[in-house]
Ligand binder design. Structure first.
Ligand code: TRP
Length: 455
């Protein structure tokens, strides 16, 4: 019969442990920080619809593909790809897919950590009562003061990388699993409260209209690319994070069901963040397209005006840090798992090296907000360029090849055996992963490059 392996790094204790960990990976800064700000920059409703379609038609099938590949291989993405390619007598070059994933994880974590550092800094600002009755302008100044100070950014970035590496070094069971259990529900409750506050601002309808009524004339092909890239980013797809988590998944867990639960939870959190933020933006005459500082310049206004705002504000940023933390560990796990497997390092050593490398690349992002603010490549700062290249190019490309591997290279016997779906369910997954997702990625890429040539 089929060979069933087990992972060298252990296994999740149950299906729920996996769902929590994968949701912890998916729900993070992408939902609460990035989704609102790119929605603001790309004109709202129409962008949100494209994003939702991408989640359903590309994201979920691809998440299933990543999990099944991971569980089949039971190793770090690099070695999983190598093993599965060798077993099926496929081309050994498939292992490079694992490598691009390791690279993407590094690059993303390097700037993710800097933004998580902003959230850390805001825990102390909230606790110190700095938001009390502050105007939009004062809150804006607080934010500018933070990002224009390289030393402070560096300190927070360093603290966040160390936090991440401590959890990663403790391993799957004791490290990754425990961190998620209480935090997700807590974050969810706080967001619900913020949406409640947003309803009282008087601009709730305006905010909802911005988020949900589509105006397709505002949608450029570049916006479509950003929406698709974000679908990958927010679900942690295209670089092996979900693959490596899948490699710790017990044999009898339904991959389809878990993928849908994870994607639904992730989407709900993003939409709630948008519903909390845009009413505040409009109520205070702020600009939806103000960029990466959006949540840091809107939510503090809400906390500054609500009863118990110091407490709830502090709690919110603490939970945001935790959400970022549980995402960050998945960004570096493929690299750490590989160092342990192939370099014979202990988890602690592997984490230390991976953390150091990420920290160094992160300096570029730290400086891009101050010392290097004027240095631009393709009209973008180091941070913007890194974010653009990873989320909108490397992840969709990685996802494209993962989809091709799962449906053109791996035999149907293998994918059927892992997915254990009924006939219709399997066919649906197969068509989406074999044709729809790859074609969508290619068409969206071509559209944008065509546009660049014209421009
Ligand atoms: N999904 C996370 C977020 O939305 C970020 C993240 C974690 C990620 N692991 C990833 C993004 C792997 C891309 C790939 O914040």
């Amino acid at each position: 019969m089929t060979s069933k392996r087990s992972s060298l790094h252990g296994q999740w204790s149950s299906r729920w442990a996996f769902i929590l960990a994968a949701t912890g990976s998916a729900v993070g800064l992408g939902n609460i920080w990035k989704f609102p700000y790119i929605t603001g920059e790309n004109g709202g409703g129409a962008f949100v619809i494209v994003y939702l379609v991408c989640i359903a038609c590309i994201g979920i099938p691809l998440m299933m593909a990543e999990i099944l590949i991971g569980r089949r291989g039971r190793r770090s993405p690099v070695n999983t790809m190598r093993t599965l390619a060798a077993e099926g007598h496929h081309h050994p070059a498939w292992q490079y897919l694992g490598w691009t994933g390791v690279l993407a994880g590094f690059l993303i974590l390097s700037y993710y950590s800097v933004v998580a550092g902003w959230a850390l800094a805001y825990v102390f600002r909230a606790a110190g009562g700095l938001f009390d009755n502050a105007t939009g302008e004062q809150i804006g100044e607080l934010f500018t003061a933070l990002i224009s100070d390289p030393e402070r950014l560096l300190a927070w970035h360093t603290i966040f990388i160390v936090m991440t590496m401590i959890v990663v070094s403790r391993g799957v069971q004791s490290g990754l699993e425990k961190a998620v259990r209480f935090l997700m529900p807590g974050l969810f409750l706080l967001l619900a409260m913020l949406v409640g506050y947003a309803m009282s601002t008087g601009s709730f309808t305006e905010g909802m209209a911005f988020l949900f009524s589509p105006d397709f004339s505002k949608l450029s092909s570049a916006s479509v690319l950003v929406a698709m890239g974000h679908a990958f980013f927010t679900l942690s797809l295209g670089m092996g994070a979900i693959m490596v988590y899948g490699s710790y998944l017990p044999e009898d867990t339904s991959i389809a069901q878990t993928s849908i639960i994870i994607a639904a939870a992730d989407t709900l959190v993003a939409l709630m963040a948008g519903m909390a933020i845009f009413p505040i933006v409009f109520a205070h005459g702020l600009e939806p397209g103000m960029g990466s500082g959006l949540i840091f310049q809107t939510l503090p206004i809400a906390f500054g005006h609500m009863p118990g705002g110091t407490f709830f504000g502090t709690l919110f940023f603490v939970l945001l840090v935790f959400a970022a933390w549980t995402s960050a560990i998945s960004l570096i796990e493929p690299a750490v798992a590989w160092l342990v497997e192939n370099r014979g390092m202990t988890r602690v050593m592997a984490s230390a090296w991976a953390g150091l490398a990420t920290w160094i690349v992160g300096l570029g992002t730290v400086f891009s907000f101050n010392l290097w603010a004027e240095r631009k490549l393709f009209g973008m700062s180091f941070f913007d360029l890194l974010d653009f290249a990873t989320a909108n190019i490397i992840l969709p490309l990685g996802g494209l090849f993962i989809a091709l591997f799962a449906t053109w290279t791996l035999s149907r016997r293998v994918t059927k055996d892992e997915l254990k779906l009924g006939r219709t369910g399997y066919q649906l997954w197969y068509i989406l992963t074999r044709y729809v997702a790859p074609l969508a990625v290619i068409v969206i890429f071509l559209n944008v490059t065509g546009l660049l040539e014209l421009g």
